[in-house]
Design a protein around this ligand. Structure first.
Ligand SMILES: [Zn+2]
Length: 452
């Protein structure tokens, strides 16, 4: 008889190794049953009792994976033949000391069942911190999915307040949220959806001066923005800090998605080197179909989950382009470029002169009024809203809404101002940049940071 030696790797997680860390062993076995007998002999009776029932079969709560595939999908059971180089992983579904509680097993059962996520993937998701930049059309469905799936912690970043024209597509918000700071309204709603997820809300504008601080400490960044300059800033910050960055854009009926693994794959500027804010069409001029937002956000979430659980994402060096009109899905091959100003050989040095304050014009809001954001370069998160309110009242403003992270004011000249605790403000109805800045200064001249 010809005897072929089959060497396989057998991995025992810490929880089945008396908490002494993961144990890997290399053994010779031609079937799963044989491998189990050998490992049980090595590990001892306690291990055997916890893993195998009296009939010699794996206990109900024990999951065995061969090359990442749960063997319960395999009809041969313990007689499953092993191939040289196979990797076997064994895991109890609910066990003392494991990271996933029995309550979580119930909540997430339908995704733990998925071979692509599984128990180990769920543990990894719980251990992941994702920054979602933008809580608008794309951000809403991205956040809903990530929070539902139990990603460990999520940072929500946005500078806007809820407007009535948002509600057809931004389904985290209701009529009663109009005028509220988006990140605050989103956080309230999402926390009710899943109290286990750690949520953090940052009411700030993304600029090249704030981008790095915004993404720092996160494992994955999801782009849900509507401004190209802010996207470039995020791209550069993620390249610098080595954080995977998932871009998406959607407008009208079309959308696109790209996954960027920093300094490994094509970055946003390799793909779109010279987009200009002024030439970009926007939702307020072109309109947007809510379906395209759900489509691209679903793909972003799938890419993020792949990264979180340790799989290769699908849109690396590939720009997905999709159009609802004829429902085409094109994947366009992209490459890194040596000439790229962000990730190429001669990547530009970043500005060192940080202005103390940044004024930008946004695309026209309701009724075509000119809209400006004013952002201090330093994120303070310490602006005292009651102080702002006092100044507002003595200057003839009326309070429209107030939350913990911001307030909205109006006056008799149809001016609308939203002030955020980060010190950023959105001013609707100013004639020009100078006026926007001078209005802003009315509020901040006597402003002193709150002593915390
Ligand atoms: Zn690049």
């Amino acid at each position: 008889m010809l005897y072929v030696l089959t060497t396989v790797e057998f991995v025992i997680p810490s929880v089945l190794n008396k908490g002494a860390g993961e144990r890997k062993m290399s053994i010779d076995a031609s079937t799963l049953g044989e491998a189990f007998n050998i490992v049980s002999d090595i590990m001892g009776d306690d291990f055997k009792r916890r893993v195998i029932d009296i009939n010699g079969k794996p206990r109900a709560l024990i999951n065995i994976y061969i090359n990442g595939k749960n063997m319960r999908f395999n009809n041969a059971g313990m007689s499953s033949a092993l191939k040289d180089g196979d990797s076997i992983y064994i895991l109890p579904a609910v066990a003392g000391g494991a990271e996933i509680t029995s309550q979580e097993m119930l909540r997430y059962s339908r995704q733990i069942m998925l071979e692509e996520i599984g128990y180990v993937g769920m543990e990894k998701l719980k251990d992941t911190k994702i920054c979602v930049v933008g809580a608008g059309g794309i951000g809403n469905p991205v956040l809903t999915q990530l929070v539902g799936m139990g990603v460990g912690s999520i940072r929500i970043v946005d500078r806007d307040v809820v407007e009535i024209s948002n509600l057809h597509r931004q389904h985290l918000y209701t009529d009663s949220d109009i005028g509220k700071v988006k990140v605050e309204a989103a956080l309230d709603r999402l926390q009710k959806m899943n109290p286990d997820v750690k949520l953090e809300a940052i009411p700030i504008s993304v600029t090249k001066y704030t981008a790095e601080k915004i993404v720092k400490g996160c494992d994955i960044v999801i782009d849900a923005l509507d401004s190209i300059d802010a996207r470039y800033a995020l791209n550069d910050a993620c390249l610098k800090l080595g954080i995977p960055f998932i871009y998406a854009g959607a407008l009208g009926m079309v959308g696109s998605v790209l996954t960027i693994l920093p300094n490994q794959s094509a970055c946003l500027r390799c793909v779109f080197p010279e987009l200009s804010e002024d030439e970009m069409p926007t939702c307020s001029t072109e309109g947007v179909h809510p379906s395209i937002l759900y489509l691209v956000s679903g793909i972003q979430v799938s890419e993020a989950v792949k990264i979180a659980v340790g799989q290769q994402p699908s849109l690396v060096n590939k720009l997905l382009y999709t159009d609802l009109n004829d429902l085409v899905f094109d994947k366009i091959q992209m490459n890194r470029h040596d000439e790229c100003p962000s990730c190429g050989k001669n990547a530009e040095q970043k500005d060192v002169n940080i202005p103390s304050i940044l004024v930008e014009e946004l695309c026209g809001r309701d009724r075509g009024k000119r809209t400006y954001t004013v952002t201090p370069a330093q994120i303070t998160n310490q602006v005292d809203l009651s102080h702002i309110l006092k100044i507002a009242k003595s200057n003839g403003y009326v309070l429209k809404s107030k939350g913990n992270l911001g307030l909205t004011l109006s006056n008799s000249n149809q001016l609308l101002i939203s002030f955020l605790t980060s010190g950023a403000a959105t001013i609707v109805g100013a004639k020009n940049e100078e006026e926007a800045l001078s209005i802003y200064n009315t509020f901040t001249q006597e402003l002193k940071p709150k002593v915390s």
